[in-house]
Design a protein around this ligand. Structure first.
Ligand code: FE
Ligand code: FE
Ligand code: FE
Length: 176
């Protein structure tokens, strides 16, 4: 895609976001399945439903801009999801894996926040108020999800940290 104007850049970014979200619709069920904490599982499941609505929102954005939504691959999201998959495939304690999974999920949200923030600003600059408002709506949802994950991390990381203590104690007991 040729980038000759800010509008070209906006269109390209929107298509990237569209692909990123559709990748997430496939990945979030796997992350929910892998989460040990019921709260984390629920957070991923709720964000999956939200993500499906975000794809619909981007459909409306593409329609408004006269852009074909499909056909681009977001390489960054591919990599971020792959990192999540590596964690899922790893052996380990449920609490430690949940801590790692939250970290991977927050990287995804931060990528989305950066992507939507940029696209929203481009749209506003171009006078595409409706598009800017739609992108802002999703941006707010990604921000809320990130905060929710931070809250869960505050609880669950403690558990994972305590496990280290337990292991150390075992080692001490086992020593001759
Ligand atoms: Fe999203
Ligand atoms: Fe991307
Ligand atoms: Fe998200």
């Amino acid at each position: 895609m040729k980038l000759d104007s800010l509008r070209d850049v906006l269109n390209e970014r929107v298509r990237d976001l569209y692909n990123a979200e559709t990748q997430l619709v496939k990945a979030l069920p796997r992350m929910a399945k892998a989460a040990a904490s019921p709260d984390l599982k629920e957070a991923f499941t709720l964000h999956l439903e939200e993500t499906k609505r975000q794809v619909e929102r981007l459909d409306r954005v593409c329609e408004q801009l006269g852009v074909k939504a499909k056909g681009k691959t977001c390489q960054a999201m591919k990599g971020l999801i792959e990192e999540g998959a590596e964690i899922i495939a790893e052996d380990g304690s449920p609490a430690a894996k949940d801590a790692a999974l939250i970290g991977a999920a927050q990287k995804i949200e931060h990528y989305e926040i950066a992507g939507y923030g940029t696209a929203r600003t481009f749209a506003a600059t171009l006078g595409e108020e409706e598009v800017a408002a739609l992108l802002q709506e999703t941006l707010d949802e990604e921000g809320a999800t990130d905060e929710k994950l931070s809250g869960l991390a505050a609880e669950l990381n403690e558990e994972a940290a305590d496990e280290e203590g337990e292991e150390d104690e075992e080692e001490v007991v086992a020593a001759p």
